[in-house]
Write a protein that binds this ligand. Structure first.
Ligand code: CO
Length: 151
């Protein structure tokens, strides 16, 4: 495994719509392992493949309950709205309030290509939406109100 460089706002790959994964091969498993290692090394709760320069629909998360991997994720259900704080490893030192669905159900595939479904609220719901936004080339700073800079 390897800790990868995290792309910062302004880099083109972060603005692109990422491509669906079609091959569930060793390369994908390595990408997932490297993304998890990179996320933990950076103390993040989520990471999307475009953030490591790979324009594929792959996200990883860990909001404290263990690692989650989702390939080609889609929000299939949502409920309510909630304003809450966000930051991003690609936008270091900047934080803001973002309105998101309060609860979401996301469907995707795991590393073996098997269908998985995750429902969450609070930080998990927020992180899922933030990471899926990355796959559309959207950064939280485009949705946030009250952006603040913290060292
Ligand atoms: Co982010």
């Amino acid at each position: 495994m390897a800790v990868l460089d995290i792309k910062k706002a302004g880099e083109k790959v972060l603005k692109e719509k990422a491509q669906p994964v079609a091959k569930f091969d060793r390369r994908l498993k390595r990408l997932l392992d490297d993304m998890l290692e990179t996320m933990y090394a950076a103390d993040g709760v989520g990471l999307a493949a475009p953030q490591v320069g790979v324009s594929l629909r792959v996200i990883v998360l860990d909001v404290g309950d263990g690692p989650i991997e989702l390939i080609n994720p889609e929000i299939i259900e949502h409920e309510g709205m909630e304003l809450g704080p966000e930051g991003c490893l690609s936008v270091p030192g900047i934080y803001g309030e973002v309105e998101r669905y309060a609860r979401v159900t996301v469907e995707g595939l795991n590393r073996t290509g098997k269908k998985v479904r995750i429902s969450g609220q609070g930080l998990l719901a927020r992180a899922l939406q933030h990471e899926i936004d990355h796959l559309e080339g959207v950064l939280f700073i485009e949705r946030a109100t009250a952006l603040v800079k913290k060292e």
